[in-house]
Design a protein around this ligand. Structure first.
Ligand SMILES: *Cc1c(COP(=O)(O)O)cnc(C)c1O
Length: 276
């Protein structure tokens, strides 16, 4: 609503459920062109730069940097030329360093890595703030929030305060460089176990694997059900995959401890030994 001028068009890269929803909403405002989609491949990968059909006259290019349901993540920032890149980074924000300068707008709901739900972090380039059409309702204008230092209304202070505590924790842990290493270590351990024998099968293509949501299948749906049930009994909760993919999903956001990953890997080994 803020970036798409009347009669304008925007490019969307469709890599999962959140980008599909973004497309649906953008269509209410203007023309949407699909720059690439991996839907035909069950969203198991992120398209390569060469696969993106980009319109040089687009108002912006929209991507979703991490796809929670399918367990894929962008491992490069696409080159969009002079067209601003807009990224929904809700589920991997602050899990690794991010090159802000390569983006026109970054937005992230707080509820994955940043803090409680109810807060959205937005980083927007000065020249793009000026695009806001004055016809938009005041509360929806980015320019109003920017001019008022996010205090045009009373913001959700509890959520913002909690985010401050999380940011202080993150800095104490060593900041983005340190959490990046820790997240890589956590994900690598899980993917190594998935790849160890072939009993487990990763949903995402190797080069597109998410470090936040690790999705995998077992040889049968029956075993998947048993795995989820026994894991829950062992204190490893929430492993059932999203219904649109099936299988299992381990969400290992910043707050998830490495010891939890180690426990899951042990459980996976044991489960395979008994059922493989
Ligand atoms: C989680 C998520 C959202 C929205 O989350 P809600 O919990 O439904 O508010 C949007 N985009 C991405 C990329 C997400 O991971």
């Amino acid at each position: 609503m803020n970036l798409l001028p009347q009669g304008g068009s925007a490019d969307y890269v469709v890599t999962g459920a959140w980008s599909q929803k973004a497309v649906k909403e953008a269509k209410r405002v203007g023309t949407v062109k699909i720059a690439a989609s991996t839907e035909a491949e069950s969203f198991k990968r992120i398209p390569k730069q060469g696969e993106l059909t980009l319109d040089p006259n687009a108002a912006y290019v929209h991507i979703t940097t991490n796809n929670t349901i399918f367990g894929t993540e962008w491992h490069y920032v696409p080159d969009t030329g002079s067209v601003p890149l807009v990224a929904d980074t809700s589920s991997d924000m602050f899990s690794r360093p991010i090159d802000v300068a390569k983006h026109g707008l970054i937005y992230a709901g707080a509820q994955k890595n940043l803090g409680p739900s109810g807060v959205t972090l937005v980083i927007v380039r000065d020249d793009l703030v000026k695009r806001t059409p004055p016809s938009l309702p005041t509360m929806l204008q980015y320019s109003v929030h920017a001019e008022n230092k996010s205090l045009y209304n009373t913001p959700p202070v509890f959520g913002v305060y909690t985010m401050r505590l999380v940011m202080k924790w993150l800095l104490k842990e060593g900041g983005l460089a340190a959490i990046d290493k820790k997240n890589a270590r956590k994900a690598d351990k899980l993917y190594a176990e998935i790849d160890r024998t072939g009993f487990y099968r990763g949903h995402a293509q190797t080069d597109s694997r998410s470090r936040m949501n690790v999705t995998f299948r077992l040889p049968s749906e029956d075993l998947e059900k048993r795995f989820a049930k026994e894991a829950t009994s062992a204190g490893l909760d929430g492993l059932k995959g999203h219904r649109s993919v099936g299988g299992l999903r381990a969400s290992i956001y910043n707050a998830f401890p490495e010891a939890g990953v180690d426990a899951l890997v042990q459980f996976m080994k044991e489960f395979e030994r008994k059922n493989g």
